[in-house]
Design a protein around this ligand. Sequence first.
Ligand code: MN
Length: 250
Amino acid sequence: MAKPIIGITTGQRFIPATALYREENVISSPIEYFRAVIRSGGSPLFLPPTGDPAAVEAAMEGFDGLLLSGGGDMAPARYGEGPHNAAKRPQPARDDTELVATRIALERGMPVLAICRGIQVLNVALGGTLIQDIPSQIPDALVHRTSPTEPHAYHELSVSPDSLLARVLGISEGTVNSSHHQSANRLGEGLRVCARGPDGVIEALETDDGRPVLAVQWHPERTYDDSPLSRRLFDWLVAEAGKWRGSQAE
Ligand code: MN
């Protein structure tokens, strides 16, 4: 049987000129996402950040599942706020692309795995808001962000019992990597929290009506080889995408 096709969202990156090459704007995504989807039995495809709704809709026709990947901050205007000082690197075309793709996936009941920026996109797509900068807005928060002095930030995680996430991971407590300075704040419609850090920061969301949608604030793609918990999220996405394709063919 053909492998389930997973659309992976992407950003843009500016590469300065060197002695050999002119400067370029390129479509960019860490290769770990693609490797993880392949190793879990899926076939990954780019969703380019065109910002063109018709192009996004056409691309979505070819996917069986959607992976909302990590990246820079969404423009705060997307959730009705002005920019906090620490907001960084807005990419309007990426915001447009991911908001359209997320709404299409939810309308169609297509499986979604949202990672880091992805959990924020999912929340905003459903009308939620974001904490724009954890260190300045939550004074007692743990270190959630990697930096040159803290290259491998990890923290504890509490998973809600009876959640889809608890079933997929098979745990109620764990440790996750952490590489973010934003998080979900007011929840979007139909979402519920299914994991938090010890400081209360929202670390995972799912829907309250049992759709195949999981959103995590950590980076399972970076620990795929070392952590069965990380692998389970991608195994789940690919398996759900296969089921979804089967249901469309009926
Ligand atoms: Mn964290």
